[in-house]
Design a protein around this ligand. Sequence first.
Ligand code: SME
Length: 155
Amino acid sequence: MGDDNKARFDALYGEIARIVAGGGDDRAQAICELLRARVPHYDWVGFYLVDPGSPRELVLGPFAGAPTDHVRIPFGKGICGQAADRKETFIIQDVSWETNYLSCSVHVKSEIVLPIFQNGALIGELDIDSHQVAPFTEADEVFLEGVCDIAADLF
Ligand code: SME
């Protein structure tokens, strides 16, 4: 991880804070678009939310990138479903080795999924796909945990 990423992530925190402070219903969407546009190894960025009417299912929320068929994911299914089930971050540096995986596109090589909590309860996830193998570092994880903490207030 170079200092470039650290500087990029620090700058993005400031921009995300401005988006959040700006108010409006499209703030989560704006965060997705910002992250996808500004971090070269983030090719698809989206939020999945726990369905209040079916609390063991995730539904696709705001996202930036190619449309996906996976608009509803049961807990336990795919990387997103496993992360929801375990309430843990999953980092898959090479998806070609995964058996419990829902492919969105042949271009996707790796994925990071982080849980989002409100008052200790899981309310959703941040999901990022990359077209690179093994692009995610600890710096990504720390940065995105911070993004999830901020985003939790938007849902
Ligand atoms: N790959 C995910 C499905 C969601 S897409 O990445 C947008 C999974 O295995 O759960």
